[in-house]
Design a protein. Structure first.
Length: 277
């Protein structure tokens, strides 16, 4: 029986087991998917010895994504560009491989829910400058975004992130964010603001074109205040759950040999698990 896991500290909040166990049942695969709470001081050794723990691979969540990249023998372009890894597996020669599927998850979901997001080549506005924002910027650049405006409470962090994408990204002062929405075709919240238990994202959408797409990586609650405000003014919206579901696909295929589908049934299953807590 093949076994995979999610590694984090803490790890109880992870939705990965809900997703992967659903697919294991759906495709009748003799496999298992576990949670492994691993403290930072032993994370690298744990990842390097995944096979000894009986695992064919793993997902990696906070705070171990950078360590996962460092622990791997081979890292793909996405992991190197983003500077972090969330998916580990062994190749035929026993080498530990790393990937970052967050950009894939975000862009696949965006393409499904709002296929015309880049129509007209208008600027994209991204709020946030953490690990999620870096993955999203990488995905947007790969997806053809010509100009990305980046705003973060800490301007220095935004400038550091923008420097990684010098021909595409431009920093906007946090205090000027609402005015910078004018002319944008896509607005992305890549922060945790608006998440259950967090303060709301402080934005005013008045300057945002009515035909712009608004996306939020937060999925608890499923409809954040940002998305409800956008929907009320007629903007197309993309919630964060689709990104979570799609980023899980490549890992499952690597570990269990079946490329799973993201369906409405899976989405409903994960939503039900969120509501049960």
């Amino acid at each position: 029986m093949k076994r995979a896991c999610v590694i984090g500290w803490p790890v109880e909040h992870s939705r990965s087991p809900v997703i992967h166990r659903y697919w294991l049942r759906l495709y009748r695969i003799d496999g298992a998917y576990e949670k492994e709470a691993v403290p930072p001081e032993t994370a690298r050794d744990f990842m390097r010895s995944l096979e000894k723990h009986g695992y064919v691979g793993a997902n990696v969540t906070l705070p171990h994504k950078i360590v996962a990249l460092e622990a791997a023998d081979i890292a793909d372009e996405a992991a190197r560009a983003i500077g972090a890894a969330n998916t580990l597996w062994f190749d035929g020669e026993g080498r530990l491989n790393a990937s970052n599927t967050d950009a894939y998850g975000f862009m696949t979901n965006l393409g499904e829910q709002a296929p015309k997001w880049n129509e007209g080549g208008r600027p994209v506005m991204v709020l946030g400058a953490g690990g999620a924002a870096r993955a999203i910027l990488y995905g947007l650049v790969q997806g053809g975004a010509s100009k990305i405006l980046l705003a973060n409470r800490s301007r220095s962090r935004a400038e550091e992130l923008a420097a990684a994408f010098p021909s595409r990204a431009e920093v906007v002062d946090w205090d000027a964010r609402n005015f910078a929405f004018e002319g944008c075709g896509l607005l992305v919240n890549a922060t945790s603001l608006g998440m259950t238990g967090q303060e709301r994202l402080p934005v005013d959408l008045a300057a945002l074109p009515s035909d712009a797409v608004v996306a939020d990586i937060v999925y608890a609650p499923l409809e954040t205040r940002l998305l409800s405000d956008a929907r009320e003014r007629g903007n197309a919206t993309v919630d964060g759950l689709g990104m979570l579901l799609h980023q899980a696909v490549p890992g499952f295929e690597r570990w269990f040999g079946v490329r799973p589908e993201v369906t409405q049934e899976l989405r409903a299953h994960v939503i039900a698990s969120l509501g049960a807590e």
